[in-house]
Design a protein around this ligand. Structure first.
Ligand code: NIG
Length: 441
């Protein structure tokens, strides 16, 4: 067997988007880990560039003319290179089919959370091996589109045993390098058996279960807890109860908020110091102000040093407003006001929200193109939100950029110009994908 070269020099890079935090321009925004989501400063995009990978990490970046020697070298043929996408919001652990629901929506029906029960029924009926295969195939499809850091959630089990099973299977895929982060979403929907009818327990009892026995069973397998704070799902009070219990169990907080209306989810997320509030379609001025006010909260290092496993403390830092362009299109919702959020100084991320109900795509390139074309972000803002923004939302220092020391997660485009992501939407623009220096697509 031939040993892998200790170091590899990649040349022939037309545009290298390092988005290196060390080069953040303070004039562009905040100096927290994520830096501003607004733009890339000079030096964060290098033309005619080269990059050295060593032991799965970025060891050097700069102009090709100044590249150091390495054990091996490869010419990428004049292509643009980005950090791999960081997809901070997906729901990949499911079985079943909801294409008819989508078709009915396109014929005029509104999205309501009730479809979650349909997926829950199908997911409960799936064997472990089938779920592992389905999630792995979905994660590989995401990687084939340039995603190199991927979060996913439980939330289609909704019993103690089923939520624990989903979390355990997902944690196994994290250990295998297929996924990166797992979130407990027992508070996704009050399941049918808690409908409060005919002597059956109701929503209050379900919240007790999620915040108690279910959390205890799931917590060892996950890093995050999330709630769907929305009419038809959980009230702000119920959501707060679940999130506070999660924080007490050492989990970081995430919120599905303000998707279908001004649900109070954004205010709650900011108040409790959640790392992210996702959807954010319906925002009052006070919601935008609250998000912007969190943007300067410093991100804390965890005990593992600058890089370590890349994880930062989950209990401090900005509440990132995560916009989900594919979901907005698929539900015909008003697009989340990403431009307004950036103008106000909030931190934003772009994620796929891949799930069978509202957004059945893991294509971050599609989301980035849509953010430019429809949400009026610049290319640099959109790329940054889909890389550094997602990493900030997941409190990862090692992903979302190609600064020295970062995990060597590279998205090599099949074009010299990254602007093609918006200029040629829907075209197959991914040439190859590396995760920790290894080719995954
Ligand atoms: O993020 N909004 C809640 N959860 C998912 C949808 C889940 C479903 O409809 O199956 C979302 O859009």
């Amino acid at each position: 067997m031939t040993a892998a070269p200790a170091s590899t020099l990649l040349t022939g890079i037309s545009e290298l988007w390092t988005l290196d935090p060390a080069l953040d321009d303070p004039a562009l925004g905040d100096p927290a880990l994520g830096g501003t989501a607004r733009a890339a400063s000079d030096g964060q995009i290098i033309r005619d560039a080269a990059l050295v990978i060593e032991d799965g990490r970025v060891a050097w970046t700069g102009p090709a003319a100044q590249a150091p020697d390495a054990d091996a070298r490869e010419d990428l043929g004049g292509r643009a290179v980005l950090p791999g996408w960081v997809d901070s919001h997906s729901h990949l652990i499911f079985d079943g089919d909801r294409s008819a629901e989508f078709e009915a929506r396109m014929a005029g029906e509104a999205y309501a959370a009730g479809g979650i029960q349909v997926t829950t029924d199908a997911t409960r009926a799936a064997a472990d091996e089938r779920l592992l295969e389905l999630v792995t195939a979905r994660a590989r499809a995401a990687a084939a589109g340039g995603t190199t850091c991927l979060e996913t959630k439980t939330g289609y089990g909704l019993t103690v045993a089923e939520e624990q099973r989903a979390a355990r299977l997902a944690a196994r895929l994290v250990a295998d390098g297929v996924l990166d982060e797992v979130t407990f979403l027992g508070a996704h929907l009050v399941p049918a058996e808690f409908d409060g009818q005919d002597g059956r327990p109701g929503a209050a009892e379900y919240v007790d279960l999620v915040a108690g026995e279910m959390l205890e069973a799931v917590a060892p397998h996950v890093r995050w807890i999330d709630v769907f704070c929305e009419t038809g799902a959980f009230t702000p009070e119920q959501s707060a109860r679940v999130l506070r219990a999660g924080a007490a169990a050492g989990l970081g907080l995430r919120v599905h908020g303000n998707q279908l209306g001004e649900s109070g989810g954004v205010a709650l997320a900011c108040e409790l110091g959640a790392a992210s509030v996702d959807h954010v379609n319906f925002l009052a001025a006070s919601d935008v102000d609250a998000l912007a006010a969190t943007a300067e909260r410093p991100v804390q290092q965890d005990g593992s040093g600058r890089w370590g496993d890349g994880r930062l403390a989950v209990d401090a830092g900005p509440t990132v407003a995560t916009v989900l362009p594919a979901c907005d299109l698929s539900t015909r919702a008003p697009l989340a006001p990403a431009r307004r959020l950036l103008n106000a100084g909030a931190q934003i991320a772009i994620a796929s929200n891949c799930n069978p109900g509202t957004s059945y795509t893991s294509s971050m390139s599609f989301c980035v193109g849509t953010a430019v074309l429809q949400m009026r972000l610049s290319l640099a803002e959109a790329i940054r939100a889909a890389t550094r923004g997602g990493a900030l939302a997941l409190r990862r220092a090692d992903a979302g950029h190609l600064g020295v020391g970062a995990r060597a997660d590279l998205h090599v485009l099949d074009t010299p110009h990254a602007i093609d992501l918006a200029y040629r939407p829907g075209m197959p623009l991914t040439h190859r994908v590396l995760r920790a220096g290894e080719r995954v697509a």
